[in-house]
Design a protein around this ligand. Structure first.
Ligand code: GLN
Length: 541
């Protein structure tokens, strides 16, 4: 069949969860046997979110091919279980860069280069590029931002043209918000009507509406929206707040979203999607009757999107183990020798978060010393692993000034040092060691047992690495380098074999954990945390 293109726009307010709706629709179509990919356009000028502070944009997700991407791509992968790539996340900056490069090459043959048609053509080329791979029945394209923003105008124009060109092979879903006015005790659809009008003004008529709402919207109100927005009544659906994002595919199936989309695109909607694996996971969510308490030590405690993939990986694994996840964010900047016991003693496991720069780093060492000395299940990820190495150097090897050259380039003991190939790098954007690399694990190590394999492949995002000059000293003192890159011999995993679970990974396993394939290392960590909790008396739900 010809590739079908589904566009998802949002109106009224931002943060409506276009990514979750797109992912849920993808899940439903996949469960009906179609091949699907999801793509996101971000209307900002940055080439990618890699240089953005988490306060601006939450977590930076990393794809297997080493693209620093919007965190929605994490949702896409968690819901679809399919890898995304650089082609799945395109910013205004990338579009302009490509057009300007073409202009410099002389590709435009003396023409004036303009937003229309050159920028819009470049957007269209990027939409179709995924379809042209021949791998997908459906390409779902999420347009970031809110309809009416100046920034998203060229994207909407590109969508308008594509719909015209593709006819029935294109469909537009518009997501809006229906506020509940507490004082009047009423749901209001006027913002939705205005938002659809705004789309109509740029020549776009949505085919399907998804109304985000806190409360059930009465059928008569949905009919009214259909009537005022030129939409067939069955295609006005609602998406009521759900206890977890993972319920949304089923809720949207109840709203017949998959059926509506298929019918509108001329495909049969007979039969039911096979959601058995998904339902099994939801069943575990309902069954979880105990609690596992994990502390996440990091500096973005007030900003939980900064650690989105870690949060979701932990939730997935705890759920499969029939536990509710109680995740406590512990502010690394505020941790001291005096308060660390109070903050961590009731925890079943501790994660030391990834990150950059000096802020909050000393608190991570305080936490790690406590965890190591109390033999708590401890998981260091990227900077967290590097901190494990530094803390061990300082407090076990007696190298009091040990550090990473990121934090102190003149430290006499740079146990974490800049990677060789990074020494000539000056630009910040897209220049880290990024994407998936092979790693060989030592047979019999905790890590290899957790994976059930010695050959793994995981995603990276860092400039600094374990300094191999110190490897022997560490191993002699009990911290083993149990994972390394088979080609470069970079150390990728360290562990304390005599501890119950004390593992640090230079890579980010959280990017690979999905609902249908929860990550084995997170699974092993959460299991160890549950066992540790039970050993100490267990926690009530
Ligand atoms: N700042 C460290 C580095 O660049 C760790 C990065 C991270 O945690 N993602 O090596």
């Amino acid at each position: 069949m010809d590739t079908k293109y589904i566009f998802v726009t949002g109106g009224v307010v931002s943060s409506l969860g276009k990514g979750i709706i797109s992912s849920s629709l993808a899940r439903l179509l996949l469960s009906r046997g179609y091949s699907v990919t999801i793509q996101k356009f971000d209307p900002y000028i940055n080439i990618d979110p890699g240089t953005l502070n988490p306060y601006e944009h939450g977590e930076c997700y990393v794809t297997v091919d080493g693209h620093e991407a919007d965190l929605d791509l994490g949702h896409y992968e968690r819901f679809t279980n399919i890898h995304t790539t650089r082609a799945n996340n395109v910013t205004t900056g990338r579009i302009y860069q490509s057009v300007i490069d073409k202009e410099r090459r002389g590709d435009y043959l003396g023409k004036t280069v303009q937003i229309i048609p050159h920028i819009t053509d470049e957007i269209k080329r990027n939409v179709k590029a995924l379809g042209k791979t021949g791998k997908y029945d459906f390409v779902i394209t999420e347009i970031g931002g809110t309809v009416g923003d100046i920034e998203s105008a060229p994207f909407l124009e590109a969508v308008r043209q594509l719909r015209w060109e593709l006819g029935r092979d294109a469909l537009l879903i518009h997501l809006t918000y229906v506020p509940y006015i507490r004082a009047a005790k009423e749901l209001k659809t006027k913002p939705t009507q205005h938002s659809v009008k705004q789309l109509q003004q740029v020549g776009l008529q949505p085919d399907v509406l998804v109304l985000r709402t806190e409360k059930d919207i009465p059928a008569a109100m949905l009919r009214k929206v259909a009537q005022f927005c030129n939409i067939t009544p069955e295609a006005v659906t609602q998406s009521v707040d759900a206890p977890t994002i993972y319920q949304v595919p089923l809720l949207m199936h109840d709203q017949k979203l998959d059926e509506i989309v298929l019918n509108k695109m001329g495909l049969s909607a007979e039969g039911e999607p096979d959601l058995s694996g998904w339902r099994k996971f939801l069943h575990h969510i309902e069954n979880a009757d105990k609690t596992v308490r994990i502390a996440l030590v990091g500096k973005y405690v007030e900003l939980q999107d900064a650690y989105k993939s870690i949060n979701e990986a932990l939730f997935q694994c705890a759920t499969y183990l029939d536990h509710k996840l109680k995740l406590e964010y512990v502010h690394s900047e505020k941790l001291t020798d005096d308060n660390v016991a109070e903050k961590l003693q009731d925890m079943d496991g501790v994660i030391i978060a990834p990150g950059f720069g000096q802020r909050g780093i000393e608190g991570k060492f305080v936490a790690l010393r406590y965890c190591r000395e109390h033999d708590m299940p401890t998981f260091g990820i990227c900077l967290g692993m590097q901190c494990m190495v530094i803390e061990f150097a300082r407090n076990v090897l007696g190298l009091a000034e040990a550090n990473s050259s990121e934090m102190n380039p003149t430290s006499p003991h740079r146990v974490i040092d800049l990677m060789e190939e990074q020494k000539s790098v000056h630009d910040m954007g897209g220049t880290m060691r990024l994407g998936a690399y092979d790693c060989r694990l030592e047979e019999g190590s905790h890590a290899a047992r957790a994976y059930g394999s010695t050959d793994i492949r995981e995603r990276h995002r860092h400039r600094f690495e374990f300094n191999s000059d110190y490897r022997e000293a560490f191993e002699k003192a009990g911290m083993k380098c149990v994972g390394e890159n088979p080609d470069t011999h970079l150390v990728e995993v360290v562990e304390l074999p005599d501890h119950r679970w004390y593992i640090g990974t230079q890579y980010h396993p959280e990017y690979q954990s999905t609902v249908l394939a929860p990550h084995p290392l997170f699974m092993s960590f959460v299991k160890a945390a549950i066992a540790y909790g039970e050993e100490r008396g267990g926690a009530e739900a």
